[in-house]
Write a protein that binds this ligand. Structure first.
Ligand code: ADP
Ligand code: ASP
Ligand code: MG
Length: 407
C-alpha cells in the first residue's frame, strides 16, 4: 500500500465525461489499497476564459481580485470530481487551497508555497476517503486567495506530495510522458523513459510546459518521486524524473529541445561605450520588476555600442516606456523592440563531455537559412533567438540533426 498524489491537468478534466474517467482511475487505485490525494486543474480553457472576463472589466486587472476570479476554475473541478467519485461509491472530500491551508507568500498571480498543513488531509485518508485538492491556489498569511502562476497545479501536486511524504507524485496529462521535444510540433519526437532532474529543470525553464518549473524544483529539493503519464491511456510507465543518470544507458549528447514563444527582444542602439552602461540600462528595467533573460552587448566602435536583451512578451511595451524615460540620461540613439522572435534551446547533460555541439547547432540552422539573432550557453544547454516564423522548421531540423528521432 502506498500514498500516491495524482495530478490531473485541464484537458484530462475538460468535460464531465472525462471527469468520470478520472474518477474511475482514482477508484481503481483506491481499490488496490492505496491512499490517494488528487490535485486537479480547472477544466481546459477555463482559466483563459476567466482572465479574459476580468480584462473586460479592467484592462490591467487588480492582482488580488484576479486571483479571486481565476481560482474559481479549480474550485469547480474539485466539487465535480468529488461528486463523480461518490457516484461510483468511493468516499471523497474536496478542499480548496485555503481549506487545506496551503500557505503562500502574498505575490498575487505568482505566489510561492511556504508551508502546507497536512492534518485534515491525513484524518480523511485515515478515514478511508480520497482527498481532492484544488491545484494552482493557496492562501497568504492575511487570508487572501493567491495563485501560483500558469501551470501551477503541477507545483501544487508536487508540494502536496512533499508535505505528505508520498511514495510517488503522478502528473497525468494529455501526452504519455516527457518527449524529446513537444510532440505537437515534431510528430517524430520520442518519449523518454527517464530524464534527469537537471535536464527537466532546463527543459521546463526554457519553455516545455509539460511541467511547471517550480514543480521540478520542489521535487528535486524534497526528493519527490515524480512521473509524467497520460490520463487517456490505461497502461504505460510514462516518464520518470530521475536524480541520477542511468549508467546502463548510452546517453545522447542532446536529450531534448525546448522552445519559447513568450519573449520579446529590446534593442538599445548607439549608447556610449563606457563603464556602468549595462547598469544604467538594466537597473531601471529591474526596478520595474521586469525579468530580463538573454543579454548581448556588442563590441564598441567609435565610442558607442549596441545593447540587446529579452523580456517576457507582455512586458515589451512597459520596458520600452521605462527605457524612453531614461533615454536622454543614458544617451541612447534609439530604442526599439521586436516581439516576432522565439527562443530555441537544446538541452543535455551529455554536452558536458562533448565538443562541437554548438557548431552542429549553428551549421544546421545556417543550412536552412535561419539567422541567429542572439546566443546564450550554459553547461548543459545552448539557446538561440531566431525569427518566430522559423520556429517549427528550426526545431524539426535540430531534432533530426541530433538524432533524436532515432530514439
Ligand atoms: P496539463 O493541462 O495536463 O497541465 P499542459 O498543456 O500544461 O497540460 O502540458 C502538456 C503539454 O505540454 C503537451 O500537450 C505538449 O504539447 C506540451 N509539451 C511541450 N514540450 C513537451 C515535451 N518535451 N514533452 C511532452 N509534452 C510537451
Ligand atoms: N488552471 C491553471 C492554468 O491554466 C493552472 C494549471 O492548469 O496548472 O494555468
Ligand atoms: Mg500544465
Amino acid at each position: 500500500m502506498a500514498l500516491i498524489v495524482q495530478k490531473y491537468g485541464g484537458t484530462s478534466v475538460g468535460t464531465p465525461e472525462r471527469i468520470k474517467n478520472v474518477a474511475r482511475r482514482v477508484a481503481k487505485f483506491k481499490a488496490q489499497g492505496h491512499d490517494i490525494v488528487v490535485v486537479v486543474s480547472a477544466m481546459s480553457g477555463e482559466t483563459n476564459r476567466l482572465i479574459a472576463l476580468a480584462k473586460e472589466i479592467q484592462a490591467n486587472p487588480d492582482p488580488r481580485e484576479l486571483d479571486v476570479i481565476v481560482s474559481t476554475g479549480e474550485q469547480v473541478t474539485i466539487g465535480l470530481l468529488a461528486m463523480a467519485l461518490k457516484e461510483q461509491g468511493v468516499d471523497a472530500k474536496s478542499y480548496t487551497g485555503g481549506q487545506v491551508k496551503i500557505l503562500t507568500d502574498s505575490t498575487h498571480t505568482k505566489a510561492r508555497i511556504q508551508s502546507i498543513d497536512d492534518e485534515a488531509m491525513r484524518a480523511d485518508l485515515n478515514a478511508g476517503r480520497v482527498v481532492i485538492v484544488a491545484g494552482f491556489q493557496g492562501v497568504d498569511p492575511e487570508g487572501n486567495i493567491t495563485t501560483l502562476g500558469r501551470g501551477g497545479s503541477d507545483t501544487s501536486g508536487v508540494a502536496l506530495a512533499a508535505a505528505l511524504k508520498a511514495d510517488e507524485c503522478q502528473i497525468y496529462t494529455d501526452v504519455d510522458g516527457v518527449y524529446t521535444t513537444d510532440p505537437r510540433v515534431v510528430p517524430e519526437a520520442k518519449k523518454l523513459k527517464t530524464i534527469t532532474f537537471e535536464e527537466m529543470l532546463e527543459m521546463a525553464s526554457l519553455g516545455s510546459k509539460v511541467l511547471q518549473i517550480r514543480s521540478v524544483e520542489f521535487a528535486g529539493k524534497y526528493n519527490v518521486k515524480l512521473r509524467v503519464l497520460s490520463s487517456f491511456q490505461e497502461e504505460g510507465e510514462g516518464t520518470l524524473i530521475t536524480f541520477e543518470e542511468d549508467p546502463n544507458m548510452e546517453k545522447p549528447v542532446v536529450s531534448g529541445i525546448a522552445f519559447n514563444r513568450d519573449e520579446a527582444r529590446i534593442n538599445v542602439t548607439g549608447v556610449p561605450d563606457k563603464p556602468g552602461i549595462a547598469y544604467q540600462i538594466l537597473g531601471p528595467v529591474s526596478d520595474a520588476n521586469i525579468d530580463v533573460d538573454m543579454i548581448i552587448q556588442n563590441v564598441g566602435k567609435d565610442g558607442t555600442t549596441d545593447f540587446s536583451f529579452t523580456v517576457p512578451k507582455p512586458d515589451l511595451a512597459r520596458t520600452i516606456k521605462v527605457l524612453e524615460g531614461v533615454q536622454a540620461h543614458i544617451g541612447a540613439a534609439q530604442i526599439d523592440g521586436d516581439d516576432k522572435i522565439c527562443k530555441i534551446s537544446i538541452v543535455g547533460v551529455g554536452m558536458r563531455s562533448h565538443v562541437g555541439v554548438a557548431a552542429t547547432m549553428f551549421r544546421t540552422l545556417a543550412e536552412e537559412g535561419i539567422n541567429i539573432q542572439m546566443i546564450s550557453t550554459s553547461e548543459i544547454k545552448i539557446s538561440v533567438i531566431v525569427d518566430e516564423k522559423y520556429l517549427e522548421l528550426a526545431v524539426r531540423v535540430l531534432h533530426k540533426a541530433f538524432g533524436l528521432d532515432k530514439g
